[in-house]
Design a protein around this ligand. Structure first.
Ligand code: SP5
Ligand code: ZN
Length: 342
């Protein structure tokens, strides 16, 4: 299979992150993508090509225009405020506060457009975010052109980004934009299978009232795990979208046996839906040695994910999301892709 990848992700680095009461170097770091890239070459998965440039027209159908306009302004405004280093929010409009007025000053605007502090900006962040979007759409175009599958080696990831907010290392929701792009190109129905350890709250929020995108999430129970405030089993969609959102929350310590049973159930629901294309939000932070996660999938389990998805018999776009056990991320992510191909 072909991989789409851009070295422009490298400009997005040196961010800090607030974890367990300490400011630490971010887990979502450039070496993640480089390990996957190198593993693709080592195993001869197939050619690696660069992205084409896409405009933000499909993105503007899943994200608010004011949010998309805001993203490229963040770092210039941060510098205008006399700062350097990493731009981060630290205050948010929760219940009881005004969530309808965008503050003028950058600190307030950053809080307005985010739900956590996991979204640092440095000089190259917007360029990397745009390149990640272009990587996803270039890979989508390969699938539209008749390839059975393609892999978008996106960095930064996307599934925590909602219509008007960023968080969880995510800025533009690459998988959601790709789904919208397939619809804009004439597809009728798209399914998104999100196998990242964390609930894809952004993807769920974007499509919650729509029936043209089925969203299926397999993730750590929000009672125990980030992003905490979405991802329960009773969230099934609303209005026209009722019945088209499926959540499989699982407890800390989940192993392949029960994780794969959830995948099996989700795949059956996907087949009933009858999508034209499957988009896999491919996180490999379900791995037993992942530094921020508590599932127990083993390296040998990842190819089995790919094998099961292949059995769906549908055109399939893989979009990279999380995975932080840096030394193993290449083997595990590429393991899913090899499982699909074999
Ligand atoms: C795309 C993606 O996987 N985003 C994940 C964002 C997770 N951010 C919160 C991490 C909380 C980590 N808490 C456990 C710390 C163990 N040292
Ligand atoms: Zn994750």
């Amino acid at each position: 299979m072909k991989t789409v990848f851009s070295p422009r992700h490298l400009g997005h680095s040196n961010q800090l992150e607030l974890v367990a009461g300490a400011i630490v170097p971010a887990f979502e770091k450039p070496s993640r993508a480089q390990y996957i890239h190198d593993r693709i070459i080592d195993v001869g998965l197939g050619p690696i090509i660069g992205p084409d440039e896409y405009d933000l027209s499909s993105a503007s159908r899943v994200h608010r225009q004011d949010y998309l306009d805001f993203l490229p302004t963040v770092y210039p405004r941060w510098k205008e405020a006399g700062r350097d280093g990493t731009a981060l929010p630290f205050t948010w409009p929760t219940r009881g506060l005004r969530g309808d007025v965008v503050p003028e000053f950058i600190d307030g605007a950053l809080g307005y457009y985010s739900f956590d502090a996991g979204i640092g900006f440095v000089e190259g962040t917007w360029d990397a975010v745009k390149s990640s979007h272009d990587v996803a759409l270039t890979a989508a175009n390969l699938v539209k052109g008749g390839e059975r599958t393609a892999y978008a080696l996106c960095r930064p990831p996307g599934h925590h980004a909602g219509a008007g907010f960023m968080g969880g290392y995510c800025y533009i929701n690459n998988a959601a934009v790709a789904a919208q792009w397939f619809l804009d190109q004439g597809a009728s129905r798209i399914a998104i299978l999100d196998v990242d350890y964390h609930h894809g709250n952004g993807t769920q929020e974007i499509f919650y009232r729509r029936k043209d995108v089925q969203v299926i999430n397999f993730h750590a129970d929000p009672m125990q795990e980030y992003p905490y405030f979405l991802g329960h089993a009773d969230e099934k969609g609303e209005g026209e979208g009722e019945g088209f959102n499926l959540n499989y929350p699982m407890r800390w310590g989940t192993t392949w046996e029960s994780w794969s049973a959830a995948l099996e159930d989700g795949c059956r629901k996907l087949v009933d839906y009858g999508p034209d294309v499957v988009i896999v939000s491919l996180g490999v932070d379900t791995f037993e040695k992942d530094p921020i996660s508590k599932f127990k999938l083993k390296t040998e389990d990842f190819p089995k994910i790919g094998e099961r998805i292949r059995k769906l018999g549908l055109p399939t776009l893989f979009v990279q999301e999380g995975g932080y056990a840096v030394a193993e991320i290449g083997v595990n992510a590429v393991g899913v892709l090899q499982g699909f191909e074999n």
